[in-house]
Design a protein around this ligand. Structure first.
Ligand SMILES: *[C@@H]1O[C@H](CO)[C@@H](O)[C@H](O)[C@H]1NC(C)=O
Ligand SMILES: *[C@@H]1O[C@H](CO)[C@@H](O)[C@H](O)[C@H]1NC(C)=O
Length: 450
């Protein structure tokens, strides 16, 4: 072999190793809804808390040690989730996103109790991820930003982040090894109640300046928060004004936003954001650890592990893990968390991009039989394989499609109403009206006979 070809070969090897993307992982965990008062002797009508009232039977069936679909999480469920996470990919996990909803809303009204519960959860996470950073954000059931809260999380965050966390509940983190920035939002400041506060105004200004700086520094950005933007029949927690503002921000900075990650909905779903009808950005909503969903059913507890390119931040895939709660409560051996599905494989996606997810959303429209089976695949994931979830008919399926693709409140309403009238035109409502007419006629007839 000539010297020239040897040199050529070594250059190739060098180039290969240089351009080879470094693969990393990060966890996304959300909505523990830890309830220290959960008891296997509890009452499902009272959030699975113990009551002295033992009069009525039927509500005092013995509840599972890992929780119940009607209630928030016992300690044992959370401990089992964290224990499982530790067994997976511990070396190349880069960080953990923890998107709020730490405490069950029914637990206690007293701040000191809630802090104690958050302290305990923080300690558990510290023990589980002793050499990793956990990036927490605040949800609706969590206490307002304060010195106390900031102190609890001071080992995970640099000084500058602690400062903005203490004042407004938001912060940003620069990943030292790469050009990736994490922007943790306080979505509580997007609610009708808080949207006009000084802190809410400051967060918008701060967000703009962080994103401008990221453009200048050629960084990619992950936006992380508790409640996702958009419109959903269940959780309309972000005000229309804040929602619009957020979507405008995403459109403006779409080219540097490598992903948006939210929780809160207690469901596994996603959102696609458009600019002039072109898909430009996406958000993933991870399911909760809590099996209880406030409205519209329950889910199995879920955990999510993202796979990403640590240099560019590009999300490559995720694996969704879950716990079959019924089986876990039945087994003597304890909770067995397992992989539920892998995103790209499950939906047959070429990659994780706004375009691919737009394609997936289009496939979920339910006007062809092929898409109906595809939709049930989505729905199974949405409920984290909880089998007794509510039925979802054609109108319901279309609402899912609207929630995924129409994030402006008005556009969502129009999308939903368009289906309602389409269904009516195609005779969907006639099947409802016909029996009603029959009943009324029968009623009138009964008078005539008398
Ligand atoms: C927190 O942990 C301590 C020590 O293990 C325990 O005594 C306490 O009951 C726990 N409190 C809550 C609210 O979980
Ligand atoms: C998903 O991918 C992981 C790792 O890449 C693999 O271990 C697992 O078996 C896959 N799970 C499913 C349900 O396809």
């Amino acid at each position: 072999m000539s010297t020239a070809s040897l040199i050529l070969m070594s250059i190739c090897v060098l180039l290969l190793t240089c351009t080879h993307a470094k693969i990393g992982y990060f966890w996304h965990i959300t909505d523990f809804h830890y309830d220290p008062l959960y008891s296997p002797q509890g009452d499902t009508r009272k959030h699975c808390h113990r009551t002295d009232d033992r009069g009525s039977s039927g509500h005092h069936r013995s509840l599972g040690r890992f929780g119940d679909y009607a209630c928030d999480s016992p300690l044992e469920l959370i401990v089992s989730a964290l224990r499982y996470m530790r067994t997976r990919h511990s070396e190349n996990v880069e960080f953990v996103l923890w998107t709020g909803g730490i405490i069950a809303s029914r637990y206690s009204g007293k701040d000191v109790d809630r802090y104690q519960a958050i302290r305990n959860m923080t300690e558990l996470l510290r023990m589980t991820f002793s050499s990793h950073f956990v990036f927490p954000v605040l949800g609706y059931t969590d206490p307002a930003p304060s010195e106390t809260l900031t102190n609890l999380w001071s080992h995970w965050l640099p000084l500058e982040a602690l400062q903005t966390l203490k004042n407004g509940g938001y912060y940003t983190i620069e990943q030292t090894q790469s050009k990736l920035r994490i922007v943790a939002l306080n979505t509580n400041l997007f609610t009708v109640r808080e949207q006009n506060t000084v802190h809410a105004r400051r967060q918008w200004e701060w967000l703009d300046s962080v994103l401008e700086k990221s453009i200048a520094n050629k960084e990619m950005v992950y936006i992380v928060g508790h409640a996702a933007p958009g419109s959903d029949s269940r959780h309309n927690s972000i005000s229309a004004e804040a929602n619009e503002k957020y979507l405008r921000t995403v459109r403006r900075y779409a080219r540097i936003i490598a992903g948006q990650f939210f929780g809160h909905l207690h469901a596994d779903t996603f959102r696609v954001m458009y600019d002039k009808e072109q898909p430009v950005s996406w958000a993933f909503l991870a399911p909760s650890i809590s099996p209880h969903r406030e409205q519209g059913g329950s889910t199995n507890p879920g955990l999510r592990l993202y796979k990403f390119d640590t240099d560019s931040g590009k999300v490559l895939d995720y694996t969704q893990f879950y716990l079959d709660l019924v089986a876990a409560n039945r087994a003597d051996s304890g909770a067995e968390w397992v992989a539920e599905y892998n995103l790209t494989q499950y939906y047959g996606l070429r990659d994780v991009s706004a375009e691919s997810l737009h394609g997936l959303a289009e496939k979920l429209r339910t006007n062809t039989p092929h898409d109906a089976t595809f939709f049930s695949r989505y729905l199974r994931a949405y409920n984290v394989k909880y089998e007794y979830a509510d039925n979802c008919d054609g109108a319901c399926a279309h609402q899912h499609y609207c929630a995924i693709t129409c994030l402006e409140h008005v556009a969502y309403q129009q999308c939903v109403e368009a289906t309602a009238s389409a269904l009516a035109a195609s005779g969907g409502s006639a099947t409802l009206i016909a029996p009603l007419v029959a009943i009324v006629l029968a009623f009138i007839a009964s008078f005539i006979v008398i």
